[in-house]
Unconditional design. Structure first.
Length: 449
C-alpha cells in the first residue's frame, strides 16, 4: 500500500506500523457511520476542510467532495481550494450541504478556533467535526502513552520518541470546547474508553441551541451502592449550611433573586417569600412551568445561562447558580456566565454559586473518572465536573466581581449518616481556617462593587 493510502503514511518509526491496521479499521468504521448518520448520498455536496492530499475523497471517491487545505495540493483527486478556514473561505453562505472536518480542529490555534467554527458553519448547512479525546491514554499524533497529559515544557524529549508531528501545533480539545463551537458531541469508543468526540449536525437540522445538562443514567456504580438514608442526611445538612452561610455573609433580608438553571428547586429555602421575589430560569420548559405551579418561584422563563440577553441590566440583588455551573463547565468556559451575572446585578448585589469542588478527594476521583470516559458508568452522567476553586475565583475577578469562598461541607453524600455527622463538625472549622478550597461542596459569593 502506498503512503497516501495509509493512516500514518508519513509518520516515522515502528509505532505507526503497529498502529496502522487498527487505525485503518477504525477509519473504515467511522466512514460507514458518518455516511449512515449524516444521510450522505451521491448528490450531497461535501466540503472537506483540512483535506490534505486525499482526505475523505480518498476513502469515498464516489461522493461529491471539494477539498480545502492550507497548503497547495496539486495531486488532490477532485475540486480543491487552497485557503485558511479561520479567515475567509471563497464560498457563499450554505454553498455546501455538509462540512467535513476530521482530526483538524486540534491543529487550529485555540485563539482562532471560534473564527474557524463560524466560517465552517457559514459555508455549510450541516457539519461533521471529529477530534481525538483528551482522556484517551494514547496521544494520537505521536502514538505515545500520556504524551498529551504532560506539561508542554516537559513534553519535547518524550515526543521525539514517537511517530512525529509538530508538538507545537497540537492542542487537543476537551468535549466542552468542541460542543461550544459545534453543538452536541457523541463519543467514539475504543472498548470502554472514549477515543474521540464527534459533533454531527445534519443538513437541514435546526441549528443547535446552547447546551443544557446531559442525560442522567440512574443505573451507575455509585447510585447502586448508596442508601437513601445517606442522601437524605447529606441534603438536609447541605441545605442548612447553605442558608446559614448566606444569612451570615449576605446580610440581606429582602430583594430580587434570579435563579439560573433553577430545575425543580430554585432556592426558596435560601430566599423565602414574600421577602424575596424569585425569578427562575431553566432550559427545560417543563421545569419552568413546574416551579410556577408549585409556587416555588414568583416568575419563570425558559433560557440558558450566559444567553439571557432579554433580561435588563442591574436588575437583581442576587444571581443564584445552585449546582449549575459544573454542568455548564462541561460544555464551555464559565467566563460568559460570570460576565452576564455581573451585568444583571445591581451595585452591591452578589453572584451566589454552590458547586462541587475539585480539590476534595472525591472531586479528584470524579475528575479522573470523567477524563477516562467512565463518568456515566461511575456516577451516571459525563457532565458532573468538579470545579477548581481557583477557576471560580479567577472567573469572578475577571468579570469585575469581588469573590469570597466558603465550604458548605467536607462530607460526601455517599457516606453513612454516622460518618457524615462526624465530618459535619469540620465544616465551620474549615470555613474559618481558610481551608474552604478543599471542601467537597463550595459556596462562592462574588459581589458587584
Amino acid at each position: 500500500m502506498s503512503d497516501e493510502g495509509k493512516v500514518f503514511g508519513r509518520a516515522r518509526g515502528s509505532l505507526p506500523r503497529l498502529a496502522e491496521p487498527f487505525s485503518r479499521r477504525a477509519r473504515a468504521r467511522r466512514l460507514a457511520a458518518f455516511i449512515a448518520e449524516a444521510g450522505i448520498g451521491p448528490e450531497t455536496r461535501i466540503l472537506d476542510i483540512g483535506s490534505g492530499s486525499r482526505g475523505l475523497i480518498g476513502q469515498a471517491p464516489g461522493l461529491d467532495i471539494t477539498g480545502v487545505d492550507l497548503e497547495a495540493r496539486p495531486d488532490y483527486p477532485g475540486p480543491f481550494t487552497q485557503a485558511d478556514a479561520s479567515e475567509r473561505l471563497p464560498f457563499s453562505d450554505d454553498a455546501f450541504d455538509l462540512a467535513y472536518c476530521s482530526s483538524v480542529i486540534e491543529h487550529v490555534p485555540p485563539e482562532r478556533r471560534a473564527a474557524f467554527a463560524a466560517e465552517l458553519r457559514r459555508v455549510a448547512r450541516g457539519w461533521y467535526v471529529q477530534t481525538p479525546a483528551v482522556g484517551f491514554p494514547i496521544e494520537p499524533h505521536s502514538l505515545l502513552p500520556g504524551a498529551h497529559w504532560l506539561p508542554r515544557r516537559m513534553r519535547g524529549a518524550y515526543w521525539r520518541l514517537g511517530a512525529g508531528s509538530d508538538i507545537d501545533e497540537i492542542n487537543l480539545l476537551p468535549r466542552r470546547e468542541l460542543e461550544g463551537l459545534f453543538g452536541p458531541a457523541r463519543r467514539e469508543r475504543f472498548g470502554p474508553l472514549t477515543k474521540s468526540w464527534i459533533a454531527l449536525h445534519r443538513p437541514g437540522q435546526s441549528r443547535p441551541e446552547a447546551a443544557g445538562s446531559e442525560p442522567y443514567d440512574p443505573d451507575n456504580f455509585l447510585d447502586r451502592h448508596t442508601r437513601q438514608s445517606a442522601l437524605d442526611a447529606f441534603y438536609a445538612h447541605q441545605a442548612e449550611r447553605e442558608a446559614t452561610i448566606l444569612r451570615e455573609r449576605l446580610a440581606l433580608d429582602r430583594g430580587d433573586v434570579l435563579s439560573v438553571g433553577c430545575g425543580w428547586h430554585p432556592g426558596r429555602h435560601l430566599f423565602p417569600a414574600p421577602a424575596f421575589r424569585l425569578t427562575g430560569v431553566d432550559a427545560d420548559p417543563a421545569k419552568v412551568q413546574g416551579v410556577l405551579v408549585a409556587g416555588r418561584a414568583d416568575a419563570a422563563q425558559a433560557g440558558f445561562a450566559g444567553r439571557l440577553d432579554d433580561l435588563c441590566s442591574a436588575q437583581f440583588d442576587v444571581v443564584l447558580y445552585r449546582l449549575v455551573l459544573h454542568h455548564i463547565a462541561y460544555h464551555e468556559p464559565l467566563d460568559r456566565v460570570f460576565r452576564e451575572a455581573a451585568r444583571l446585578l445591581i451595585s452591591g448585589g452578589a453572584l451566589v454559586a454552590i458547586e462541587p469542588g475539585l480539590w476534595h478527594p472525591v472531586g479528584l476521583g470524579l475528575a479522573a473518572a470523567n477524563r477516562l470516559g467512565l463518568g456515566v458508568a461511575a456516577h451516571g452522567t459525563p457532565d458532573d465536573v468538579p470545579l477548581s476553586p481557583r477557576v471560580l475565583m479567577s472567573a469572578a475577578r475577571d468579570a469585575g466581581l469581588e469573590p469570597e469562598l466558603h465550604v458548605i461541607t467536607f462530607g460526601w453524600r455517599r457516606l453513612p449518616p454516622a460518618t457524615q455527622r462526624w465530618t459535619a463538625r469540620l465544616d465551620r472549622l474549615g470555613d474559618r481556617s481558610g481551608l474552604a478550597r478543599f471542601g467537597h461542596t463550595l459556596l462562592l459569593i462574588a459581589r458587584r462593587p
